[in-house]
Design a protein around this ligand. Sequence first.
Ligand SMILES: Cc1ncc(COP(=O)(O)O)c(C=O)c1O
Length: 451
Amino acid sequence: MSSDSNAQPRTQPLADRGAAAGISSGEALSTVRAEFPALSRRHGGETYSYLDGPGGTQVPRRTIAAMTDYLERSNANHEGAFATSEESDAILAEAHAAAADFLGASGPDEVAFGQNMTTLTFAVSRALGRTLRAGDEVVVTRLDHDANVAPWLALEEERGVTVRWVGVRAADCTLDLDDLERSVGPRTRLVAVGLASNAVGTINPIPHIVEMAHAAGAWTYVDAVHAAPHLPIDVAALDTDFLVCSPYKFFGPHLGLLYGKRERLEQLAAYKVRPAPSEPPGKWETGTLPGEAIAGLLGTFDYLSWLGREFGGADESATRRATLVAAMRAVRATELGLARDALTALGDVPGLVLRGIVDPARLDERVPTFAFTMAGLTPHEIAAELGKHGIAVWDGDYYAYELIRALGLAESGGLVRVGLVHYNEPAEIERLAQALREIAGRTAASSPPRA
Ligand SMILES: Cc1ncc(COP(=O)(O)O)c(C=O)c1O
């Protein structure tokens, strides 16, 4: 495996601090897995392995039940003078409050729902674009998913805004913070950056970056899509102006979630139809919201609250926010164990080159998302072989387009990506490694001997 050495400044989003045992026994893990109906799927007599979480996680039964219940009982449009509409509106209001608790926002009017993160980000970038002039600057990074890049690049063409790029240190796939410092200046209006990389798992030092941006008078737009299933998020502690995530990546239905500081959501002029509310969050929620998905998200928060009580040490008197933070601390503690196992297991596969942070002493700088190449096979061939074993992994660039280019892998099919979440079992890692060793062995045997 390749090695890495650069130490990062403060990475954790603050609420992450504090000990939690997590899901620490086989029995506890079985209890958790039983909450997810999809995890009982079998493949050739073995457990089907969902290592595709970064593309979207599985959902607990509480989520499915809440969606079904909404459709059976409360399926109605907004603000009607009848029972089902009132019930539906109550569910939407409760979901805003619960999402605010999940993110650490100060109230439900600081969070808006949308189709997905990409759509919400285009809405904010267009609204912000109206305030920008030629020569204003926006900073983006080569570590980010393109959904936190392309909406800002569009402003270059539309508004004459200058885009400044922050590079990546290829050795460990961390952001080049010196480059970032050089890129932020008096004309910077926004710094767009990810909390965690969806390709290689790096956690960025957001508190440090927000401080740097604010010192220059710029706003920050944090993409927390990949971080949300792994880390507690505290927008107040991060002090970011905006943060986005996608519930379908953290055990919920297909939806996007936008946080903005109240004054930011108020001051920007959103594109909306005229009778829609002029106040947040309604002004950011164009058209009719997907009520069944938002109801399902409440089921996800119920599941996480259960997790926080069962495995995070939250008691019945804890607030919903405290219980959700306890859940995510338990998730983090569990995943650190999985990450350690994965580093060891993948390190034993001949010909496998892991990208990103591989030093076990630096696990607090990454989430358990591992990306690699293997000698003699394309990433797609490896993913297809694993698929035959009932192991779901992604391959390609996963829209981390600039990173894959910076690593020189764009022409060769990118990387194989293994994404672990708290419901994955150590045995799945062992099975993955065994399958990869077999694949490596077969590939070596069929390769012509070198001259
Ligand atoms: C880090 C990251 N940002 C943004 C997105 C886009 O999210 P959405 O599908 O909600 O638009 C993804 C999706 O894979 C992602 O992983």
